[in-house]
Design a protein around this ligand. Structure first.
Ligand code: AMP
Length: 436
Protein backbone atom coordinates (compact mmCIF):
# COMPACT_ATOMS: atom_id res chain seq x y z
CA UNK A 1 0.00 0.00 0.00
CA UNK A 2 1.19 3.52 -0.77
CA UNK A 3 2.53 5.30 2.29
CA UNK A 4 0.44 8.07 3.78
CA UNK A 5 1.05 10.82 6.32
CA UNK A 6 0.39 9.56 9.88
CA UNK A 7 -3.17 9.83 11.25
CA UNK A 8 -3.92 13.29 12.54
CA UNK A 9 -1.21 15.01 10.50
CA UNK A 10 -1.60 16.92 7.27
CA UNK A 11 0.80 18.00 4.60
CA UNK A 12 0.75 21.74 4.19
CA UNK A 13 0.58 21.71 0.39
CA UNK A 14 1.68 24.91 -1.40
CA UNK A 15 -1.58 26.80 -0.83
CA UNK A 16 -1.74 25.91 2.88
CA UNK A 17 1.99 26.41 3.37
CA UNK A 18 1.63 29.84 1.76
CA UNK A 19 -1.29 30.62 4.10
CA UNK A 20 0.84 29.51 7.09
CA UNK A 21 3.73 31.76 5.98
CA UNK A 22 1.38 34.68 5.34
CA UNK A 23 -0.39 34.37 8.70
CA UNK A 24 2.95 34.08 10.46
CA UNK A 25 4.13 37.21 8.63
CA UNK A 26 1.01 39.12 9.73
CA UNK A 27 1.62 37.94 13.31
CA UNK A 28 5.25 39.09 13.30
CA UNK A 29 4.24 42.47 11.85
CA UNK A 30 1.29 43.01 14.23
CA UNK A 31 3.12 41.82 17.33
CA UNK A 32 6.17 43.83 16.23
CA UNK A 33 4.09 46.98 16.75
CA UNK A 34 3.91 45.98 20.41
CA UNK A 35 7.64 45.24 20.72
CA UNK A 36 7.68 41.43 20.26
CA UNK A 37 10.86 39.70 19.10
CA UNK A 38 11.10 36.21 17.62
CA UNK A 39 12.27 33.13 19.52
CA UNK A 40 12.50 29.49 18.44
CA UNK A 41 12.92 26.61 20.88
CA UNK A 42 13.42 22.88 20.17
CA UNK A 43 10.53 20.82 18.81
CA UNK A 44 11.34 18.25 21.49
CA UNK A 45 12.35 18.83 25.09
CA UNK A 46 13.09 16.69 28.10
CA UNK A 47 9.76 15.28 29.24
CA UNK A 48 10.32 16.98 32.57
CA UNK A 49 9.92 20.42 30.97
CA UNK A 50 6.29 19.63 30.23
CA UNK A 51 5.59 17.68 33.41
CA UNK A 52 6.93 20.54 35.52
CA UNK A 53 5.65 23.33 33.31
CA UNK A 54 2.20 22.12 32.30
CA UNK A 55 1.44 19.59 35.04
CA UNK A 56 0.93 15.82 34.85
CA UNK A 57 -2.72 16.04 35.91
CA UNK A 58 -3.60 17.88 32.68
CA UNK A 59 -4.94 16.03 29.64
CA UNK A 60 -2.15 17.51 27.52
CA UNK A 61 0.61 15.88 29.61
CA UNK A 62 -1.30 13.01 31.21
CA UNK A 63 -2.86 11.65 28.03
CA UNK A 64 -1.71 13.35 24.86
CA UNK A 65 2.08 13.37 24.82
CA UNK A 66 4.22 11.90 22.08
CA UNK A 67 7.17 10.48 23.99
CA UNK A 68 10.46 9.47 22.51
CA UNK A 69 13.77 8.18 23.79
CA UNK A 70 17.32 9.09 22.85
CA UNK A 71 19.50 6.31 21.39
CA UNK A 72 21.37 6.37 24.70
CA UNK A 73 18.13 5.46 26.49
CA UNK A 74 17.44 2.68 23.98
CA UNK A 75 20.89 1.21 24.76
CA UNK A 76 20.19 1.45 28.48
CA UNK A 77 16.84 -0.31 28.07
CA UNK A 78 18.51 -3.01 25.92
CA UNK A 79 21.06 -3.67 28.65
CA UNK A 80 18.35 -3.94 31.29
CA UNK A 81 18.96 -0.50 32.82
CA UNK A 82 16.25 2.09 33.34
CA UNK A 83 16.58 5.18 31.15
CA UNK A 84 17.00 8.37 33.15
CA UNK A 85 14.41 11.11 33.12
CA UNK A 86 16.81 13.28 31.12
CA UNK A 87 16.84 10.60 28.38
CA UNK A 88 13.09 10.74 28.08
CA UNK A 89 12.11 13.27 25.48
CA UNK A 90 8.73 14.52 24.33
CA UNK A 91 7.50 16.34 21.27
CA UNK A 92 6.22 19.68 22.45
CA UNK A 93 2.43 19.84 22.94
CA UNK A 94 2.69 23.63 23.28
CA UNK A 95 5.59 26.05 23.40
CA UNK A 96 5.11 28.20 26.50
CA UNK A 97 6.88 25.63 28.70
CA UNK A 98 9.85 25.48 26.30
CA UNK A 99 10.06 29.27 26.10
CA UNK A 100 9.90 29.55 29.91
CA UNK A 101 12.65 26.93 30.15
CA UNK A 102 14.76 28.95 27.68
CA UNK A 103 14.15 32.19 29.60
CA UNK A 104 15.31 30.56 32.84
CA UNK A 105 18.25 28.79 31.17
CA UNK A 106 19.61 31.93 29.45
CA UNK A 107 18.57 34.33 32.19
CA UNK A 108 16.76 36.43 29.62
CA UNK A 109 15.18 38.70 32.22
CA UNK A 110 17.98 40.55 34.01
CA UNK A 111 16.77 42.74 36.92
CA UNK A 112 16.93 46.05 35.07
CA UNK A 113 15.34 44.67 31.91
CA UNK A 114 12.22 46.06 30.29
CA UNK A 115 9.38 43.62 29.68
CA UNK A 116 10.59 40.76 27.52
CA UNK A 117 8.21 40.13 24.63
CA UNK A 118 8.63 37.01 22.53
CA UNK A 119 6.77 35.56 19.56
CA UNK A 120 7.14 32.03 18.17
CA UNK A 121 5.53 29.88 15.49
CA UNK A 122 5.75 26.18 14.80
CA UNK A 123 4.35 22.65 14.98
CA UNK A 124 2.89 21.26 18.20
CA UNK A 125 2.00 17.62 18.86
CA UNK A 126 -0.88 16.14 20.88
CA UNK A 127 -2.13 12.60 20.68
CA UNK A 128 -5.81 13.56 20.53
CA UNK A 129 -8.61 11.91 18.58
CA UNK A 130 -8.41 13.69 15.23
CA UNK A 131 -11.49 15.53 13.98
CA UNK A 132 -12.29 18.75 12.11
CA UNK A 133 -10.00 21.42 13.58
CA UNK A 134 -8.23 18.92 15.86
CA UNK A 135 -4.99 17.35 14.69
CA UNK A 136 -2.09 15.48 16.22
CA UNK A 137 0.41 17.78 14.58
CA UNK A 138 -0.90 21.31 14.31
CA UNK A 139 0.62 24.77 14.02
CA UNK A 140 0.54 27.49 16.61
CA UNK A 141 1.70 31.07 16.74
CA UNK A 142 2.22 32.31 20.26
CA UNK A 143 3.34 35.36 22.18
CA UNK A 144 4.77 35.64 25.68
CA UNK A 145 5.07 38.90 27.64
CA UNK A 146 7.46 38.40 30.54
CA UNK A 147 8.34 40.58 33.50
CA UNK A 148 5.16 42.47 34.37
CA UNK A 149 2.47 41.59 36.88
CA UNK A 150 0.52 44.73 35.99
CA UNK A 151 -3.02 44.36 34.62
CA UNK A 152 -2.08 46.68 31.75
CA UNK A 153 0.17 43.89 30.41
CA UNK A 154 -2.84 41.52 30.38
CA UNK A 155 -5.02 44.07 28.61
CA UNK A 156 -2.29 44.85 26.06
CA UNK A 157 -1.83 41.16 25.23
CA UNK A 158 -5.58 40.62 24.79
CA UNK A 159 -5.98 43.75 22.65
CA UNK A 160 -3.03 42.65 20.48
CA UNK A 161 -4.59 39.21 20.01
CA UNK A 162 -7.94 40.68 18.92
CA UNK A 163 -6.24 43.13 16.54
CA UNK A 164 -4.29 40.24 15.04
CA UNK A 165 -7.45 38.26 14.29
CA UNK A 166 -9.09 41.35 12.83
CA UNK A 167 -6.10 42.10 10.61
CA UNK A 168 -6.32 38.54 9.27
CA UNK A 169 -9.88 39.29 8.16
CA UNK A 170 -11.95 37.61 10.88
CA UNK A 171 -14.77 40.09 11.55
CA UNK A 172 -15.17 41.24 15.17
CA UNK A 173 -18.75 40.00 15.32
CA UNK A 174 -17.69 36.51 14.20
CA UNK A 175 -15.62 36.12 17.39
CA UNK A 176 -16.36 35.80 21.08
CA UNK A 177 -13.72 36.72 23.65
CA UNK A 178 -14.14 34.87 26.96
CA UNK A 179 -12.24 36.03 30.02
CA UNK A 180 -11.88 34.90 33.60
CA UNK A 181 -9.51 35.19 36.55
CA UNK A 182 -8.20 32.01 38.14
CA UNK A 183 -6.88 33.67 41.27
CA UNK A 184 -3.45 33.01 42.73
CA UNK A 185 -1.78 31.05 45.54
CA UNK A 186 -3.68 33.13 48.11
CA UNK A 187 -7.19 32.39 46.93
CA UNK A 188 -7.06 29.38 44.62
CA UNK A 189 -6.34 26.65 47.21
CA UNK A 190 -9.54 27.49 49.12
CA UNK A 191 -11.46 27.67 45.84
CA UNK A 192 -10.10 24.27 44.74
CA UNK A 193 -11.45 22.85 47.99
CA UNK A 194 -14.88 24.32 47.24
CA UNK A 195 -14.88 22.72 43.78
CA UNK A 196 -13.64 19.43 45.22
CA UNK A 197 -16.50 19.43 47.73
CA UNK A 198 -18.96 20.28 44.95
CA UNK A 199 -17.70 17.36 42.82
CA UNK A 200 -17.91 14.97 45.77
CA UNK A 201 -21.50 16.12 46.34
CA UNK A 202 -22.36 15.25 42.71
CA UNK A 203 -20.52 11.96 42.21
CA UNK A 204 -23.59 10.16 40.87
CA UNK A 205 -24.14 12.73 38.11
CA UNK A 206 -20.53 13.30 37.04
CA UNK A 207 -18.39 10.96 34.93
CA UNK A 208 -15.82 8.70 36.66
CA UNK A 209 -12.98 10.84 35.47
CA UNK A 210 -14.43 14.03 36.95
CA UNK A 211 -14.92 12.21 40.24
CA UNK A 212 -11.29 11.05 40.12
CA UNK A 213 -10.27 14.64 39.38
CA UNK A 214 -11.75 15.73 42.74
CA UNK A 215 -8.51 14.55 44.33
CA UNK A 216 -6.01 15.22 41.57
CA UNK A 217 -7.07 18.44 39.89
CA UNK A 218 -10.70 19.39 40.55
CA UNK A 219 -10.66 22.52 38.32
CA UNK A 220 -10.02 20.28 35.29
CA UNK A 221 -13.65 19.11 35.57
CA UNK A 222 -14.70 22.45 34.08
CA UNK A 223 -12.98 21.29 30.88
CA UNK A 224 -14.74 17.89 30.73
CA UNK A 225 -16.09 17.18 27.23
CA UNK A 226 -19.07 15.22 28.60
CA UNK A 227 -22.24 17.40 28.15
CA UNK A 228 -23.80 16.14 31.41
CA UNK A 229 -20.65 17.08 33.37
CA UNK A 230 -20.59 20.48 31.66
CA UNK A 231 -24.19 21.06 32.78
CA UNK A 232 -23.47 20.07 36.39
CA UNK A 233 -20.25 22.11 36.52
CA UNK A 234 -22.12 25.25 35.40
CA UNK A 235 -23.60 25.41 38.91
CA UNK A 236 -20.28 24.80 40.69
CA UNK A 237 -18.94 27.65 42.87
CA UNK A 238 -17.55 30.46 40.67
CA UNK A 239 -13.91 31.49 41.07
CA UNK A 240 -14.91 35.12 40.62
CA UNK A 241 -16.77 34.91 43.96
CA UNK A 242 -13.69 33.47 45.64
CA UNK A 243 -10.96 35.87 44.47
CA UNK A 244 -8.80 37.55 47.12
CA UNK A 245 -8.91 41.38 47.12
CA UNK A 246 -5.69 41.81 45.09
CA UNK A 247 -6.77 39.28 42.41
CA UNK A 248 -10.22 40.88 42.28
CA UNK A 249 -8.67 44.34 41.85
CA UNK A 250 -6.32 43.01 39.14
CA UNK A 251 -9.24 41.46 37.26
CA UNK A 252 -11.33 44.65 37.56
CA UNK A 253 -8.51 46.76 36.07
CA UNK A 254 -7.99 44.33 33.18
CA UNK A 255 -11.69 44.59 32.35
CA UNK A 256 -11.76 48.36 32.59
CA UNK A 257 -8.73 48.66 30.26
CA UNK A 258 -10.48 46.37 27.77
CA UNK A 259 -13.61 48.53 28.07
CA UNK A 260 -11.53 51.65 27.37
CA UNK A 261 -10.17 49.98 24.23
CA UNK A 262 -13.74 49.05 23.16
CA UNK A 263 -12.92 45.32 23.29
CA UNK A 264 -16.09 43.30 23.84
CA UNK A 265 -15.74 40.29 26.12
CA UNK A 266 -17.87 37.78 27.96
CA UNK A 267 -16.98 36.89 31.54
CA UNK A 268 -16.90 33.11 31.84
CA UNK A 269 -16.32 31.88 35.41
CA UNK A 270 -16.03 28.27 34.15
CA UNK A 271 -13.09 29.11 31.89
CA UNK A 272 -10.06 27.39 33.44
CA UNK A 273 -8.23 26.32 30.24
CA UNK A 274 -6.44 23.03 29.94
CA UNK A 275 -3.03 23.81 31.43
CA UNK A 276 -2.06 23.99 35.09
CA UNK A 277 0.29 26.94 35.00
CA UNK A 278 -2.26 29.74 34.76
CA UNK A 279 -2.73 32.31 37.53
CA UNK A 280 -5.15 35.24 37.44
CA UNK A 281 -6.24 36.27 33.92
CA UNK A 282 -7.21 33.56 31.43
CA UNK A 283 -8.89 34.14 28.08
CA UNK A 284 -10.05 32.32 25.00
CA UNK A 285 -11.26 33.49 21.60
CA UNK A 286 -13.96 31.41 19.99
CA UNK A 287 -15.54 31.61 16.58
CA UNK A 288 -19.28 32.05 16.88
CA UNK A 289 -20.31 29.90 13.87
CA UNK A 290 -18.94 27.26 11.56
CA UNK A 291 -16.29 25.43 13.58
CA UNK A 292 -18.45 23.03 15.61
CA UNK A 293 -16.94 21.77 18.87
CA UNK A 294 -13.40 22.91 18.05
CA UNK A 295 -14.33 26.59 17.98
CA UNK A 296 -11.41 28.02 20.00
CA UNK A 297 -9.03 29.82 17.67
CA UNK A 298 -6.75 31.03 20.42
CA UNK A 299 -6.32 31.38 24.12
CA UNK A 300 -3.92 32.02 26.92
CA UNK A 301 -3.41 33.55 30.29
CA UNK A 302 -1.08 34.70 33.02
CA UNK A 303 1.51 32.35 34.52
CA UNK A 304 3.28 34.16 37.34
CA UNK A 305 4.90 31.01 38.78
CA UNK A 306 6.13 29.35 35.62
CA UNK A 307 9.60 30.86 35.15
CA UNK A 308 10.51 30.08 38.79
CA UNK A 309 9.33 26.50 38.17
CA UNK A 310 12.31 26.15 35.79
CA UNK A 311 14.77 27.52 38.31
CA UNK A 312 14.67 31.08 36.97
CA UNK A 313 14.28 34.18 39.07
CA UNK A 314 10.56 34.43 39.98
CA UNK A 315 9.20 36.50 37.10
CA UNK A 316 5.55 37.13 36.24
CA UNK A 317 4.36 36.72 32.68
CA UNK A 318 1.50 35.91 30.39
CA UNK A 319 0.89 34.80 26.84
CA UNK A 320 -1.34 33.11 24.34
CA UNK A 321 -1.27 30.71 21.42
CA UNK A 322 -3.45 30.66 18.33
CA UNK A 323 -4.11 27.65 16.12
CA UNK A 324 -3.28 28.10 12.43
CA UNK A 325 -5.57 25.30 11.17
CA UNK A 326 -8.55 26.75 13.03
CA UNK A 327 -7.82 30.28 11.83
CA UNK A 328 -8.01 28.96 8.27
CA UNK A 329 -11.39 27.32 9.06
CA UNK A 330 -12.57 30.57 10.72
CA UNK A 331 -11.56 32.60 7.66
CA UNK A 332 -13.46 30.17 5.43
CA UNK A 333 -16.51 30.30 7.73
CA UNK A 334 -16.41 34.13 7.64
CA UNK A 335 -16.24 34.06 3.82
CA UNK A 336 -12.94 35.96 4.01
CA UNK A 337 -10.56 35.85 1.09
CA UNK A 338 -7.97 33.12 1.49
CA UNK A 339 -4.28 33.42 0.72
CA UNK A 340 -3.95 32.88 -3.03
CA UNK A 341 -0.54 31.67 -4.13
CA UNK A 342 1.46 34.42 -5.82
CA UNK A 343 1.59 34.11 -9.61
CA UNK A 344 4.38 34.99 -12.02
CA UNK A 345 4.31 38.51 -13.40
CA UNK A 346 5.82 37.52 -16.71
CA UNK A 347 5.74 34.35 -18.83
CA UNK A 348 8.39 33.98 -21.52
CA UNK A 349 7.25 31.96 -24.53
CA UNK A 350 9.82 30.61 -27.01
CA UNK A 351 8.40 30.29 -30.53
CA UNK A 352 10.73 27.41 -31.44
CA UNK A 353 13.83 25.55 -30.26
CA UNK A 354 16.16 28.18 -31.75
CA UNK A 355 14.90 30.85 -29.32
CA UNK A 356 14.84 28.80 -26.11
CA UNK A 357 18.27 29.86 -24.94
CA UNK A 358 17.31 33.52 -25.39
CA UNK A 359 14.01 32.92 -23.53
CA UNK A 360 15.99 31.30 -20.71
CA UNK A 361 18.42 34.21 -20.55
CA UNK A 362 15.61 36.83 -20.54
CA UNK A 363 13.85 34.98 -17.70
CA UNK A 364 17.01 35.13 -15.62
CA UNK A 365 17.54 38.82 -16.36
CA UNK A 366 13.98 39.63 -15.26
CA UNK A 367 14.25 37.58 -12.06
CA UNK A 368 17.56 39.25 -11.25
CA UNK A 369 15.74 42.59 -11.01
CA UNK A 370 12.98 41.09 -8.85
CA UNK A 371 10.30 40.27 -11.46
CA UNK A 372 8.68 36.86 -10.94
CA UNK A 373 9.10 35.08 -14.27
CA UNK A 374 8.12 31.65 -15.55
CA UNK A 375 8.94 29.75 -18.72
CA UNK A 376 8.47 26.34 -20.25
CA UNK A 377 10.89 23.52 -19.43
CA UNK A 378 9.09 20.80 -21.36
CA UNK A 379 9.66 21.83 -24.99
CA UNK A 380 5.95 22.49 -25.42
CA UNK A 381 4.44 24.02 -28.55
CA UNK A 382 3.83 27.76 -28.65
CA UNK A 383 0.10 27.10 -28.32
CA UNK A 384 0.50 25.16 -25.10
CA UNK A 385 2.97 27.74 -23.76
CA UNK A 386 0.22 30.36 -24.27
CA UNK A 387 -2.22 28.11 -22.42
CA UNK A 388 0.27 27.74 -19.57
CA UNK A 389 0.82 31.49 -19.52
CA UNK A 390 -2.95 32.05 -19.21
CA UNK A 391 -3.26 29.48 -16.43
CA UNK A 392 -0.26 30.90 -14.58
CA UNK A 393 -1.96 34.29 -14.15
CA UNK A 394 1.04 36.16 -15.62
CA UNK A 395 0.32 39.80 -16.45
CA UNK A 396 2.63 39.84 -19.47
CA UNK A 397 3.87 37.33 -22.00
CA UNK A 398 7.14 37.93 -23.79
CA UNK A 399 7.19 36.12 -27.13
CA UNK A 400 10.65 35.30 -28.43
CA UNK A 401 10.51 34.43 -32.15
CA UNK A 402 13.41 33.70 -34.52
CA UNK A 403 12.63 36.57 -36.91
CA UNK A 404 12.23 39.09 -34.12
CA UNK A 405 15.37 37.79 -32.44
CA UNK A 406 17.30 38.35 -35.64
CA UNK A 407 16.07 41.97 -35.54
CA UNK A 408 17.02 42.27 -31.85
CA UNK A 409 13.40 42.62 -30.63
CA UNK A 410 10.70 40.62 -28.79
CA UNK A 411 6.93 40.96 -28.58
CA UNK A 412 5.46 42.03 -25.24
CA UNK A 413 1.83 41.09 -24.79
CA UNK A 414 -0.38 42.51 -22.07
CA UNK A 415 -2.59 39.58 -21.00
CA UNK A 416 -5.41 41.79 -19.76
CA UNK A 417 -5.79 44.15 -22.72
CA UNK A 418 -4.30 41.72 -25.32
CA UNK A 419 -2.26 44.70 -26.58
CA UNK A 420 1.06 43.78 -28.15
CA UNK A 421 4.13 45.88 -28.73
CA UNK A 422 7.57 45.29 -30.12
CA UNK A 423 10.35 45.99 -27.67
CA UNK A 424 14.11 45.99 -28.32
CA UNK A 425 15.74 43.11 -26.45
CA UNK A 426 18.02 45.46 -24.57
CA UNK A 427 15.07 47.54 -23.32
CA UNK A 428 12.89 44.64 -22.18
CA UNK A 429 13.91 44.57 -18.51
CA UNK A 430 13.52 48.35 -18.22
CA UNK A 431 10.19 48.30 -20.08
CA UNK A 432 8.69 45.50 -17.96
CA UNK A 433 9.99 47.01 -14.70
CA UNK A 434 8.37 50.37 -15.43
CA UNK A 435 5.09 48.90 -16.72
CA UNK A 436 4.38 46.43 -13.88
P1 AMP B 1 -3.91 25.62 23.88
O1 AMP B 1 -2.42 25.47 23.74
O2 AMP B 1 -4.61 24.35 24.24
O3 AMP B 1 -4.28 26.79 24.70
O4 AMP B 1 -4.44 25.93 22.42
C1 AMP B 1 -4.27 27.17 21.78
C2 AMP B 1 -4.89 27.09 20.41
O5 AMP B 1 -4.24 26.08 19.63
C3 AMP B 1 -6.35 26.63 20.42
O6 AMP B 1 -7.20 27.73 20.62
C4 AMP B 1 -6.52 26.04 19.04
O7 AMP B 1 -6.74 27.06 18.10
C5 AMP B 1 -5.16 25.42 18.78
N1 AMP B 1 -5.16 23.97 19.06
C6 AMP B 1 -5.01 23.35 20.25
N2 AMP B 1 -5.02 22.01 20.11
C7 AMP B 1 -5.19 21.76 18.79
C8 AMP B 1 -5.28 20.58 17.99
N3 AMP B 1 -5.17 19.36 18.52
N4 AMP B 1 -5.45 20.71 16.65
C9 AMP B 1 -5.53 21.94 16.09
N5 AMP B 1 -5.45 23.09 16.78
C10 AMP B 1 -5.29 23.01 18.11
Amino acid sequence: MALRAPTGTTDLLPEQAHAWNSIRTVALATFGLYGYQPIETPVFEQLEVFVRGIGDATDVVGKEMFLTFSQHAVEKIASGEKPSLADTLALRPEQTAGVARAIAQHNLVPPEAATLKLVYAGSMFRHERPQKGRLREFHQIGAECIGSAEPSADAEVIIMLMRFFESLGIPQDAMRLLINSMGDDDCRPAYREQVRAYILAHTTELCDECVRRADTNPLRSFDCKNPKCQEIMTDAPAITDALCPSCAAHYTTVKSLLDDAAITYVEQPCLVRGLDYYTRTVFEVQVVDGLGAQNAIGGGGRYDKLIAEFGGKPTPGLGFAVGFERIVLALQAAGAEGYALPHPQVYIAAVDASTRAMAFSLANRLRDVGIATELDHQSRSLKSQFKQAGRSGALFVVIVGPDEMARGVVTLRNMQSSEEQTVPLDDLVEKVSTTI
